[in-house]
Design a protein around this ligand. Structure first.
Ligand SMILES: *Cc1c(COP(=O)(O)O)cnc(C)c1O
Length: 244
């Protein structure tokens, strides 16, 4: 099979393999350093702009979670993902009118930041007879024009979302502001972790704080040290993105 691949693809496979091994080692080291086990950390690959053949190669290496951030791209690649061996999640900003296109196709929607969006996910899940897991996205850096709820709005959204049918809140997600230093970055991750712990202590039906999704290619190790148990790595695994 491999001999039919173009030299270009073989090079890509080779570097993805090298990166995959390096990232899993780094994840394991950060997990242990933060008093957890490597298996406690979920490695999700952000697959935007990446061809399914390359994504599936990563899956063949052991990758178990992939995430797309655009509905159209997800749908165009959908039939080619090796979904027998990995779970597909949605990690980008989701418009309410596109929800119905992905319900039943994704195992989790990581980026829910309004009751309107949660209600539509609930409605479409009921219609399709499925349960959909979601994470609530928090705008931890209080940035204007950025997705996510503000900290002070989080609990109310959780309470209201928890009452919706066929939807289950599984945790929190964030994309912190672009920081000049690792220390500044760590502060945002730490703030998220405190929020995660606070919310975990409260009991709400249909809400279980299983995942704290934060950390990308440049900062996933800091994120794990600060408490993340799910990281979303794109370019660090697949190389710089080429937008076609
Ligand atoms: C692209 C993307 C990532 C990964 O970014 P990299 O810097 O390439 O690792 C993580 N999360 C979301 C929501 C993304 O869209």
């Amino acid at each position: 099979m491999t001999e039919k691949l173009s030299p270009e693809i073989r090079d890509i496979f080779y570097s993805v393999e090298k990166n995959y091994n390096e990232i899993t080692e780094n994840i394991a080291a950060a997990a242990i350093k933060s008093g957890r086990c490597p298996e406690d950390i979920t490695f999700l690959a952000a697959t935007k702009t990446v061809e399914p053949i390359v994504i599936n190669h990563a899956v063949s290496l052991g990758l178990r979670y992939i995430g797309e951030n655009k509905v159209q791209e997800l749908l165009s690649k959908y039939d080619e993902y090796d979904l027998a061996n990995c779970q597909l999640q949605f990690i980008g900003h989701l418009q309410t009118n596109k929800v119905r296109q992905i319900i039943g196709k994704v195992s989790m929607i990581q980026s829910v930041d309004s009751l309107k969006l949660a209600s539509e996910i609930s409605k479409q899940s009921v219609k399709n007879g499925v349960d959909t897991d979601i994470l609530i996205e928090v705008n931890i850096g209080r940035e204007e024009n950025k997705s996510g709820v503000l900290e002070e709005e989080l609990f109310e959204l959780l309470e209201k979302t928890s009452k919706l049918e066929n939807i289950k809140v599984r945790g929190l997600m964030t994309i912190p502001p672009i920081c000049g230093s690792k220390t500044e970055n760590y502060k945002y991750f730490d703030k998220m972790n405190k929020l995660f712990i606070d919310i975990s202590a409260k009991t709400l039906d249909n809400v279980s704080m299983d995942f704290l999704s934060m950390g990308m290619s440049d900062d996933y190790q800091e994120a794990i040290l600060a408490g993340a148990n799910m990281v979303r790595v794109g370019s660090g695994l697949f190389g710089a993105r080429i937008y076609r």
